[in-house]
Design a protein around this ligand. Structure first.
Ligand code: SF4
Ligand code: SF4
Length: 461
């Protein structure tokens, strides 16, 4: 489309001043804010076995999660965890729309926190609008400066905490105090702080409206039995101002008093009365707001409520809605999700702490050695993913007369690995020319079977 002369290709942003709201869903939102932030700001301070309980040590290529030490070889667990997260998102979206966006998405949570600071310093909607409309005054600059300072401090603490999951948090703080943080640590503290400030302080609803891909494809997960935040048009229209106890029939009005409060509390600035819109993040602030209005005018709550397309159309009650929400698709999703979670937990619980990687030493080819033996050389990487020192014994099998020459017992330090060069010998009389499959085994030096083995190839010239 051609822009008008002197016009813009983009719509000018109308600043949104969300009004504070209280109610049951606001309580849930704040409960999620407290929960997610207590975990985020608190978990990096938890000690475990003399180290940080949650530490993603990228330099050492080890992830510490409580008693679990994950190596790069454990990328499988990360992949399964991502599958579980994606699947949970599908399930929750199919049940009740944008639950994630409305209650747990970092964008929602941080915007809520930044807004809370803003209200505390500048006041609620009307006062903030008045303040912004004022021409520059000392009072205005003082309030704005205080707000920006609080936002910057909060963002900085968020950036420090974020880096504290990759470098022990005590070291990050010491590095800050003594000005000796590494270049990368400094970069990430600054980047993550700036990112938090930009997303929650400046961009806010624009992230949800224009940047988030989830808003665009979430509708494919909806069906007419998905719970979404709905305005009951049949009950609310025709809208119009009316007093408590007024005879609505006689006035020819519906229950909506057209107060606009549902729009004023909306963090994305939309009007839920226009129907389901992709900008709606499902925060339910408009439900709380409208319920309060209905209480004031003495009408039943729920003019704006969680409901389904079918329920509104067919006038279903709560029992029918629940029955249809728990439809076969949801039960199947739940079953599959539970099965994946159980398999994941079982796999973690039964995972062996000792691992083995075998690489054939390509610098030393198969060779004949004293005693009419053929020798192949291998490099073994023995890993101890546990937090106890391990004494292990390596053995080899798979061919008649196969044996190891040299050292076969090793001590593996806790959460560390050892690289060993191993020579394997087979009597020439037992060999045919070509490649043969053999197996390396690792067991405890005291004879306890660990069940760790790895396939390799023995080459006979
Ligand atoms: S808050 Fe309720 S009554 Fe007021 S405009 Fe919105 S829907 Fe209508
Ligand atoms: S329309 Fe209601 S639920 Fe949707 S974003 Fe606005 S306030 Fe939240």
């Amino acid at each position: 489309m051609e822009p008008d002369a002197g016009g813009s290709l983009y719509e000018v942003r109308q600043k949104i001043y969300p009004r504070a709201v209280s109610g049951i869903f606001a309580k849930w939102r704040w409960a999620m804010v407290w929960l997610t932030q207590a975990v985020f700001y608190g978990a990096c301070w938890l000690p475990w076995n003399g180290r940080q309980a949650l530490l993603l040590d990228i330099a050492e290529r080890k992830f510490y999660i409580l008693g679990l030490v994950l190596w790069p070889q454990d990328v499988f667990y990360l992949a399964v965890l991502l599958i579980i997260c994606a699947y949970s998102l599908f399930l929750f979206t199919a049940v009740a729309g944008r639950l994630w966006c409305g209650y747990a998405c970092p964008q929602t949570v941080y915007t809520e926190i930044f807004l809370w600071f803003e209200r505390l310093i500048e006041g609620d909607r009307a006062r903030r609008m008045k303040l912004d409309a004022q021409s520059g005054s000392l009072y205005k600059y003082a309030l704005k400066s205080l707000k920006y300072l609080v936002w910057i401090l909060f963002s900085a603490w968020t950036g420090i905490t974020f880096v504290g999951y990759f470098t022990p948090i005590h070291n990050v703080l010491a590095g800050l105090v003594h000005f000796n943080l590494s270049g990368w640590e400094t970069f990430w503290v600054v980047f993550y702080s700036g990112f938090t400030y930009l997303m929650a302080g400046v961009m806010r609803e624009q992230v949800c409206k224009y940047m988030c891909p989830y808003a665009r494809f979430q509708s494919v997960m909806f069906d007419p039995d998905t719970l979404v935040i709905t305005y009951d048009e049949e009950r609310g229209e025709p809208r119009g101002a009316s007093k408590k106890g007024a005879d609505l029939k006689a006035l020819g009005l519906g229950d909506c008093v057209d107060c606009g409060i549902c729009v004023q509390v909306c963090p994305t600035g939309i009007d839920i009365r226009k129907g389901l819109q992709y900008e709606c993040i499902g925060c339910a602030a408009c439900i709380d707001a409208c319920d309060q209005v209905m209480d004031k005018v003495g009408r039943p709550r729920g003019l704006v409520r969680y409901s389904t397309e079918n329920a509104v159309e067919k006038h279903w009650g709560t029992k029918d809605i629940i029955q249809h929400v728990l439809r076969p698709r949801i039960l199947l999703y739940t079953f599959v999700l539970c099965a994946i979670c159980l398999a994941f937990a079982w796999s973690l619980a039964t995972r062996t702490e000792v691992r083995l990687d075998v690489i054939k030493d390509r610098t030393i080819l198969s060779r004949e050695v004293e005693g009419e033996l053929i020798e192949n050389v291998y490099i073994l990487q023995l890993m101890n993913a546990g937090e106890q020192i391990r004494h292990v014994k390596v053995s080899v099998e798979g061919m008649d007369g196969i044996s190891l020459d040299g050292r076969s017992e090793f001590t593996l330090p806790a959460t560390d690995n050892k690289v060993a060069t191993i020579r394997v010998r087979v009597p020439m009389e037992n060999l045919k020319k070509g490649s043969h499959t053999i197996y390396f085994r690792v067991d405890s030096a005291d004879g306890e079977k660990l069940g760790v083995h790895e396939k390799a190839v023995f080459i006979a010239p």
